[in-house]
Design a protein around this ligand. Structure first.
Ligand code: DGL
Length: 281
């Protein structure tokens, strides 16, 4: 595989990051993307912090080796559990690397703070994301008066991956997960998992019209656009070596079963022909 010095890297534990890729491509169609889905080891959300860090570090090194100047951790679990540790190890230590890595937690928390009026924010995500309290910490940094509630919804990822998300069974499971959140009466609900935007309508339906259901994918796309405006030195790296007639391309890589990955990604990306390449981390 050639080097990809002009691409934006997108990392996810598997397929879910395709929601973020879709939002990024819509908001920033002028760039090229390298997607990595670690579908060999998905799900990350029910694993220990040590394992999530180890896997995420290997993914980050994959992007470093490819010379990617800017990587987005689309995976909420990796952003919540591994990114602060990796920032410390590689990115805040002068002289280690000039690469940039952005996660989803900060942009989403910033957007939620802008939206909330009653200062009550709920978060749903994988077990690891909820246990990390990463969203809560970020929200409280921005506004110490915010009240929060977190709810892990571990059954949703497999239901969505099986295409069951609009079946009555999925709805009744989600209703159970959301019952304590409804009692808490937030006005903003953060969908803190890459997969959940696929059930956005069901979340909205159960929570009712007074609650703003916030997808991490669109918040990340807005924040990346803003970041690139403020960092022309990174922006110029993304456009410098690329052929402008070929912008908006995506190179898909995965760590297992590329045919299955391609088939799934194709459905996800609205039928566009996708051929994923297998890589070893
Ligand atoms: N991508 C993960 C996230 O956003 C969900 C799937 C997983 O558990 O690996 O948290």
């Amino acid at each position: 595989m050639p080097l990809f010095g002009h691409m934006i890297g997108i990392f996810d534990s598997g397929y879910g990051g395709l929601t973020v890729l879709k939002a990024l491509r819509k908001r920033l169609p002028q760039y090229n993307y390298l997607y990595l889905g670690d579908n060999l080891r998905v799900p990350y959300g029910s694993r220990s912090s040590e394992t999530i860090r180890e896997f995420s570090e290997e993914a980050l090194q994959f992007f470093f080796k490819k010379n990617i100047p800017l990587t987005v951790f689309a995976c909420n679990t990796a952003s919540a559990v591994a990114l602060p540790f990796l920032q410390e190890k590689y990115l805040r230590t002068p002289g280690v690397t000039d690469r940039k890595v952005l996660g989803v937690i900060i942009p989403v928390a910033e957007k939620a703070i802008k939206i909330t009026k009653n200062k009550r924010i709920a978060i749903v995500g994988t077990r690891a994301t909820i246990n990390s309290k990463a969203y809560e910490k970020e929200l409280h940094k921005l506004d110490p008066n915010i009240k929060t509630i977190g709810q892990a919804c571990p059954l949703l990822v497999p239901l969505i991956e099986e295409g069951w998300h609009h079946k009555p069974e999925a709805r009744s499971i989600l209703k159970k997960y959301l019952a304590p959140i409804k009692d808490f009466a937030p006005d903003t609900l953060i969908l803190g998992c890459t997969h959940y935007p696929i059930m956005h309508d069901v979340f909205e339906d159960i929570m009712g019209t007074r609650v703003h259901v916030l997808d991490s994918s669109t918040a990340v796309a807005d924040s990346l656009a803003d970041y690139l405006n403020r960092h022309p030195e990174i922006e110029s790296q993304l456009t410098k070596n690329s052929d402008s007639s070929k912008s908006g391309t995506v190179t898909f890589t995965c760590t297992d079963a590329p045919e299955r990955f391609s088939e799934f990604a194709q459905k996800f990306m609205g039928g566009e022909k996708i051929t994923a390449e297998i890589v070893k981390l």
